[in-house]
Design a protein around this ligand. Structure first.
Ligand code: ATP
Ligand code: MG
Length: 415
């Protein structure tokens, strides 16, 4: 991609309300733009990363044998009246009426709709288990939309729902989704802690949250300094210095976390209220046992930026970076610099993702933008080109290297 054609409206200053670095970087890099409180446009660079996260999520969900579908965001109130949540959900629910005065809502989550889709089909144990997921825009009229995509009123979620004949079968899925989540977060470059959590609004049995440890997180986690015990503070009620209830040796520590995903054993809450029943192998009718598994796709994007922004800007993790190489032309009135940079760009772009800064900007502002765009390797075609050299900036190691121009490509591929 040529930067002269890239729509990335970068800003010198972050907006005043951008309190955390991920919000500052995302807006300064021209990756997102606020349209209303908690409602954002994904600009091309932001969208590219979002789509990489989605690709990884899809690969891991498909590998489990889950099927992707897409449910409507616009949901008739009837289904939520069946489950009882139309009255219980509260002001976070975006409610609206159609022209005939019928009640609708914009889905904040999709247990009701998925139960409706599955219940007519899964009448026999022979049809189960079923695993269905979607990546979809969700709507919640959050009291305090915050930190851009971190807590949005419109946001992207991957939601998986599984349907089973027994608790044992649900257990097997629960464990394998847990492992898939660990792989997803590792691949997008996030370290997560798995914590025990209350089920809250969903109302089920066992539940775990996947937390990125960060000062900007809104959740408080208690965890052991010795074993892998970790629980949401709302659930453990433990405090700093307590003895670990799990290993009985370690001490409890407390820290903030960003919840990027969660897994719930729903049990029969929705299948009972919405009459989703199957006939078992004895010919007896039973409610289907369900699990649900959310993953905040747009929040994950923010968490990545929050965790991968350093003094010298953002450096994207490998699997989600928009461009591996960023080529800068120091002076685009210098014919030799342009010719050599173009030649590397043409050849490299057939093998890797490359951004060529061919704009007529000062080199200083090109560097500033490169720090925000976040490629790990920046290649500068400057004055040294006349003597047959270019400069490579390895941003991860914060090192510069002067390389013979004619060796540049093999050097890059090797390093
Ligand atoms: P939170 O406690 O942060 O409000 P939640 O318990 O309401 O999250 P779920 O309803 O289970 O979350 O949604 C699944 C996932 O969607 C969450 O783990 C989180 O990553 C993401 N998510 C939830 N609410 C938002 C939001 N307002 N903006 C962005 N992502 C969100
Ligand atoms: Mg919530």
């Amino acid at each position: 991609m040529r930067q002269s054609q890239l729509f990335a409206p970068t800003l010198k200053e972050a907006p005043k309300d951008a309190e955390v670095r991920s919000h500052q970087v995302m807006t300064r890099a021209g990756m997102i733009k606020q349209v209303a409180a908690g409602v954002y446009a994904y600009l091309p660079l932001g969208l590219k990363v979002l789509q990489s996260i989605e690709r990884i999520v899809r690969e891991e969900m498909d590998a489990l044998g889950a099927n992707e579908l897409l449910l409507p965001a616009l949901t008739p109130a009837d289904l939520w009246q069946e489950s009882g949540r139309w009255d219980k959900y509260g002001p976070e629910l975006m409610r609206l009426k159609d022209r005939k005065d019928r009640d609708f809502l914009l889905g904040p989550t999709h247990e009701e709709v998925i139960t409706y889709v599955v219940r007519d089909y899964a009448k026999s144990y022979k049809k189960l288990p079923i695993a269905l997921y979607q990546i979809q825009t969700k709507f919640r009229d959050e009291l305090r939309p915050r930190f851009a995509l971190m807590r949005g009123r419109e946001f992207s979620m991957k939601d998986l729902y599984t349907f089973h004949t027994s608790e044992d079968d649900l257990d097997i899925w629960y464990q394998s989704v847990w492992q898939a989540y660990l792989r997803i977060f590792k691949r997008v470059g996030l370290d997560v802690k798995v914590v025990n959590s209350e089920t809250g609004q969903m109302g089920g049995k066992s539940a775990h949250e996947f937390m990125v440890m960060s000062e900007v997180g809104e959740d408080t986690i208690t965890f052991c300094d010795t074993c892998d015990y970790a629980a949401n503070v709302e659930y453990s009620k433990l405090s700093v210095g307590d003895r670990c209830p799990s290993c009985d040796q370690g001490k409890i520590l407390v820290a903030k976390g960003i919840e990027v995903g969660n897994i719930f054993k729903l049990g029969t809450k929705y299948s009972e209220s919405m009459n989703a029943k199957f006939t078992n192998d004895q010919g007896k009718e039973q409610p289907i046992i369900m699990g649900c598994y959310g993953l905040g796709v747009s929040r994950t994007l923010m968490a990545i930026v929050e965790q991968h922004t350093y003094d010298n800007g953002l450096i994207w993790p490998k699997e989600v970076r928009p461009y591996t190489y960023h080529i800068l032309i120091a002076d685009n009135t210098n014919a030799e610099q342009v010719r050599q940079a173009e030649s590397l760009y043409q050849s490299l772009k057939t093998k890797a993702s490359v951004l060529l800064d061919d704009r007529s900007e000062r080199l200083g502002s090109k560097f500033q933008d490169a720090d925000l765009i976040g490629s790990p390797i920046v290649i500068v075609f400057g004055k040294d080109v006349a003597e047959g050299y270019v400069e490579i900036h390895h941003r991860v190691m914060n090192q510069k290297e002067r390389v013979v121009l004619k060796d540049i490509e093999s050097h890059l591929i090797a390093s």
